[in-house]
Design a binder for this molecule. Sequence first.
Ligand code: SF4
Length: 499
Amino acid sequence: MKYNDKILDQINKNQSFFEDNIKDFDLNKIKKIILDIVDKLSLNPLITQEEIFNSLSLKKIDNLKKINKFIRENDFIQDIITKKSVSKKYWNTILPFANISEEVITNKYRYPIRIALFPGVSCMFYCGFCGRNQDAKYKNSVVTDGVNQIKKLLKTTDKNSKISISGGLEPLTNPKIGEIIKAANDSGFKVPLITNGYSLTEAFIKKNPEIWNLDSLRISLYGYDSNSYKDITQVGKSYDIVKKNLINFLKLREQFNNKLKVGLNYIILPENMNNLINVLEFIKEVNASAQSQGVNFLTLRDDYQSVTGNDPSLDSIRKYRLQQEMTINQRKKLLEILQDFKSKVKTYTPYLHVDYGYSLEYLSNNIFDKGLVKVSGGELRKFGFTQMSVAIDLHGDVFLFREAGFLDRPGNKKAIIGRISEKNSLEKIIKKFLEKDQPINFDEDDTRLLDSFDHVLNALVNQSESNYKFGISLSECPISFKQYSREKSVGNNWYSDDI
Ligand code: SF4
């Protein structure tokens, strides 16, 4: 490993730690073990302490705890694992959440770190990988009350929480979206919003000038030309309209708020992965037309339908469903495509920040892995992880998992823990749910109710529980979780790698 010599220096410098703490210590053996542990954590943040212990020639758990203590208290080694390793994306995202994982295991109440707001009334697209119920839309009559509840929630939301606006359905279909953005700003939140961009017209922007107060706006890009767009959205002209809206928004941004970051999200599917370079061409063209700072960031996500959309229960109520999941061979091919892509980013769009997400980070670094972290139905947390994340829709329903937050998605009711109202605050709902102590029995196919972020959080809590049962608590792990309190550490944007 690149930093092995420097890690060995740290061990040599601190030899007395082992003399004092480990009986009959053998320095060479300890060096090997520490390098091995750092290597494992650098490649797999979700590895359990039991797995680490079983892979090492350690006789007692107590010795692992002592070695963990050395790693945990050494800032240099911490930095190598969490900030310089190939898994830094994982570490950056999960550290503040890992820090409270024992509170999740013990069902201790804590205000959620992340709240995803789903204020959309409907959606005009019919994406084949989407888990929405394509027959469902909210009644217009619920909009005013729903928005008022969200505004009230924002007034009382813990200031250390992170708020985002997305879907659920398409958020810009809510005629009062500007009021929600304003309420969030008034309460001091920096808000990112995800949209499909179809409604982001000049007229919409005029009616909703609060949109300029967002921290970032991310448009989900469903293709790179008319045909590819229509294939996914099933809506003709969707490409032309979204592209026109994007160029116009980029132009106007210079006038209204040139600090607002604008980005795109592109989902890589087996059907489109060979055309990834076309996305860069698209951005280049858009930037040239907008004649401004252009698109700031691109998030790439892969094989989405394997997480959520490949849900046969929706087949009778949706236009079509993408069939394929990405095979191992296709993923190997994707690794090659990403190397080419990375080099082209430098020449085509040098100022573009590319966020490869959890699963593509490895591939983008030329390391093959099997992809997204996915928990099975039997591994689902029976109380979710409300201390970490919840989603709230226009009805005020509080969802344990984010992909459950589609109106009338078959089977999603079991993931609703209450509805916010005049009398029922988010805090009350969560407290009551945890105090009631009635676990939810999830089925195998309920994993479709989680998005990839939920899968990571779920896996993280399971890891912590496994470590705890094995006899190693959070404070005895090799990572110094406690320094990552949510106040300073939770990121809420895609335009930088900062935590
Ligand atoms: S993925 Fe988004 S834009 Fe596409 S159908 Fe679902 S909610 Fe609509």
